[in-house]
Design a protein around this ligand. Structure first.
Ligand SMILES: NC(=O)c1ccc[n+]([C@@H]2O[C@H](COP(=O)([O-])OP(=O)(O)OC[C@H]3O[C@@H](n4cnc5c(N)ncnc54)[C@H](O)[C@@H]3O)[C@@H](O)[C@H]2O)c1
Ligand SMILES: O[C@H]1[C@H](O)[C@@H](O)[C@H](O)[C@@H](O)[C@H]1O
Length: 341
């Protein structure tokens, strides 16, 4: 750290919906860090981000921010295809990195990142798979590992978005959305992915014309646990992410609606989220705080690392193939190098 005060100076690259959220989070909620640099090509977003983070300097590129020694660490919140051009100079400058998911959109580019990172003394990249910081996901993982209800047999997931932007394509059902399940389900079950299959139920006529959805994704894990995920992005009513674990002698469920309960007009209702920003707000806070603390104490990474991102990239490749092929597509997951132990 080259900070003049005790705070970690964080640069944020990409100040769109997620980057702007992280800028506010660091400015208002996180302790031990300030936003010192913002790289955002869109002038309106750059101005809004600067207003939210007094004292942060604007830069045209990550390279310029590095040359000006304006940051100790970086959060990458550009769209997935624009992660690699930021990751490489950041690694070159030995900056600790919190990179939003996915690491990169395909396994070949993820491998390039792994190769570059392994030239450093230790992992520098933490990945933004925030579900690992969600209290409910953590409790579920603990329960499964504890074995009180016997062995885990199945995991059943629902992942429902109210709608998606015009830029969202068919393959993004996998690479932008199911990408989370490709990380969190193996993490819950303690076993890597063996294959991915996609089934198409009846199409939702309210979906954008370019999308054939919802989809049902079947994920087989190496330990025999079968995972099914309903991926559904035009549900309109709200944002819902839930998981049910089927164990030998019990069922565990997370992601149920919580909060305001209401009785009126002879009916009962309960508030539902409309965006991941509120559903996972506490998880994002915990994730960023854990990362800041890890950078400050020198451990640099306190969550999923680039190897986890590579495994997910392999699963995404299989998932994208499975959108067009019938039957399970195998995932060849390589052995984790000692560097990422
Ligand atoms: N963890 C989560 O739940 C979650 C939620 C949403 C998005 N994301 C991830 O966050 C990242 C950003 O997604 P978003 O929804 O905020 O996208 P967005 O389109 O809202 O914002 C991306 C921003 O990056 C800027 N940008 C593009 N190229 C750039 C470059 N080369 N240098 C600097 N800035 C550049 C764009 O102008 C834009 O403002 C993606 O990786 C996405 O997958 C994660
Ligand atoms: O980019 C978003 C984000 O990653 C959300 O967490 C996920 O639920 C959405 O499906 C995806 O589009």
């Amino acid at each position: 750290m080259t900070s003049t005060n005790q705070d970690l100076r964080v640069g944020v690259v990409g100040a769109g919906q997620m980057g702007a959220d992280h800028i506010q989070r660091i400015t208002r909620t996180i302790s031990g860090a300030t936003v010192s640099a913002i790289v955002e090509p869109d002038a309106g977003r750059a101005a809004a981000a600067a207003a939210a983070a007094p004292g942060a300097q604007p830069f045209a590129s990550i390279e310029d921010a590095i040359d000006a020694a304006a940051l100790d660490a970086v959060i990458i919140a550009t769209p997935g295809p624009f992660h690699e051009p930021v990751l490489l100079p950041a690694l070159e400058a030995r900056l600790p990195i919190l990179c939003e998911k996915p690491l990169t959109p395909d396994s070949a580019s993820s491998l390039r990142i792994l190769e570059r990172e392994q030239q450093l003394d230790r992992p520098h990249i933490q990945l933004g798979f925030m579900r690992r910081f969600d209290d409910e996901y953590r409790a579920l993982r603990e329960l499964i590992a504890g074995g009180d209800a016997g062995e885990l047999l199945m995991l059943r997931g629902v992942h429902r978005n109210p709608s998606v932007p015009d830029s969202y394509t068919q393959s993004m059902l996998i690479t932008d959305s199911v990408v989370h399940e490709f990380d969190v389900m193996p993490w819950l079950a303690g076993s890597p992915i063996r294959s991915v299959e996609v089934k198409y139920p009846r199409r939702n006529g309210l979906a954008p014309e370019r999308l054939r959805e919802p989809i049902l994704v079947l994920i087989e894990l190496e330990n025999g646990v079968l995972v099914d995920v309903e991926m559904n992005v035009s549900v309109r009513f709200g944002y819902q992410v839930g998981t049910e674990a089927v164990l030998q002698t019990g069922i565990a469920r997370i992601g149920q609606p919580a909060g305001l309960q209401r009785w009126s007009d002879a009916a009962f209702s309960i508030a539902e989220h409309t965006t991941f920003k509120t559903r996972f707000a506490r998880a994002y806070d915990a994730q960023v705080q854990a990362w800041v603390d890890a950078v400050r104490d020198g451990s640099l990474v306190a969550g999923p690392n680039a190897w986890d991102g590579y495994l997910v990239a392999l699963a995404c490749e299989a998932g994208v193939r499975a959108l067009d092929e019938s039957g399970p597509v195998p995932v060849e997951s390589a052995a984790r190098p000692a560097f990422y132990a």
